[in-house]
Design a protein around this ligand. Structure first.
Ligand SMILES: [Zn+2]
Length: 280
C-alpha cells in the first residue's frame, strides 16, 4: 500500500488510501486535538497522550501531523507541556496551532511557531468558492455575506438562520407606522431560544443596509427580504446610522435585564420614525 499520496503537484488526490483515511479522520498519523466532551479546555492529560503517540514511529511511514483547531483552548499547563515537544520535535512531525486568539497562547509557544495569517476572502471570492462546492449562486452569495468571507462559517450557516433572516427582515422593515409595531413585537417576543440570533441577524442586516445607503454595496443577494432593500433605498444613511445605534442600545438594554419585547420594540419604533420622515 502506498503510504504517500501521489496527487498531482502538491494537491492531495482525495481518492487514495491515505487521503480517504484523512478525510474520514481515521488516519493513524493525523491527530486533531479538541477539548474532551463536556470540557472547554484541553488539559495536560489529553496532550500528553497524543505526544506519547507521536513519539513512536509513524504508522504509515510518512510525516505525522497534529492539528489544534482551537489552540487557545489549551490550559497554560498543557501549553508548557507542549513547549518541551516544540523545542525538540519528534522527526517528521508537524504541529498546526490554529487560533483566533493568539494572545491566549504563551509567548514562548508563539516564538517557536512560524506564523501564517489567514485573512477573510472578499464576498465575491468567498461566493465563488461556495459555488465551486456545489451551492447555487443565490445561496452562495447570501451565505458569503452572512459569514463575512469565511468559507467554513458560510457552510455552517443553518437553514433555520437563513429562513429567519428573510422572515425577520420582512417583518421588521414592514413597520411603516408606530401602529404597526406591536403586532411584530408579538410575533417574536416569546421566541426565547432565538432572541440572540434575532439581534445578531438584525445587526448584520443593518450593516448591509448601511453599506447600501453609503453607496458601497448592494443589499440584493444578501438574503434579506425586499422590504429591507426598500428601506435601504427610502431612508438615507443618517437614518441607518441611528438604527444601528438603536440596536447597540437595545443589546445594552437586554444586558441590564430589560425585557426582549421592550428592547425589540425600541428598534421597531426607530424604523417607523425614520420611514415617517421620508417618502417611500
Ligand atoms: Zn491521495
Amino acid at each position: 500500500m502506498a503510504a504517500v499520496c501521489r496527487g498531482e503537484g502538491k494537491r492531495p488526490c482525495g481518492i487514495c488510501g491515505p487521503c480517504r483515511r484523512i478525510l474520514s479522520d481515521t488516519h493513524p498519523d493525523l491527530h486533531t486535538l479538541v477539548p474532551e466532551k463536556g470540557k472547554q479546555t484541553i488539559g495536560v492529560n489529553v496532550l500528553r497522550e497524543v505526544l506519547e503517540t507521536v513519539a513512536v514511529k509513524s504508522f504509515e511511514d510518512a510525516a505525522k501531523a497534529i492539528i489544534f483547531p482551537e489552540a487557545h483552548r489549551m490550559t497554560p499547563a498543557a501549553q508548557n507541556c507542549l513547549l518541551k515537544t516544540l523545542e525538540e520535535p519528534p522527526q517528521d512531525t508537524v504541529f498546526f496551532l490554529i487560533t483566533e486568539q493568539p494572545g491566549a497562547l504563551l509567548a514562548t509557544i508563539v516564538s517557536r511557531c512560524r506564523i501564517l495569517r489567514f485573512l477573510p476572502l472578499d464576498d465575491e471570492a468567498c461566493a465563488k468558492r461556495l459555488m465551486a462546492l456545489g451551492l447555487s449562486e443565490q445561496d452562495a452569495r447570501r451565505r458569503a455575506r452572512m459569514a463575512e468571507g469565511c468559507v467554513g462559517q458560510a457552510l455552517e450557516i443553518g437553514e433555520e438562520r437563513l429562513k429567519l433572516l428573510e422572515q425577520l427582515t420582512k417583518d421588521v422593515f414592514s413597520v411603516h407606522r408606530a401602529g404597526d409595531v406591536l403586532s411584530v413585537v408579538n410575533v417574536y417576543k416569546d421566541d426565547k431560544e432565538r432572541q440572540k440570533m434575532i439581534m445578531d441577524l438584525l445587526e448584520a442586516a443593518v450593516r448591509d443596509i448601511l453599506l447600501a445607503q453609503a453607496g458601497t454595496g448592494s443589499p440584493q443577494n444578501s438574503g434579506m427580504a425586499q422590504e429591507a432593500v426598500a428601506y435601504a433605498r427610502a431612508v438615507p444613511l443618517a437614518g441607518g446610522l441611528k438604527l444601528s445605534q438603536q440596536i447597540t442600545k437595545a443589546r445594552m438594554m437586554l444586558g441590564s435585564n430589560v425585557s426582549f419585547a421592550s428592547a425589540f420594540e425600541s428598534i421597531l419604533l426607530m424604523i417607523s420614525e425614520e420611514y415617517a420622515k421620508w417618502p417611500w
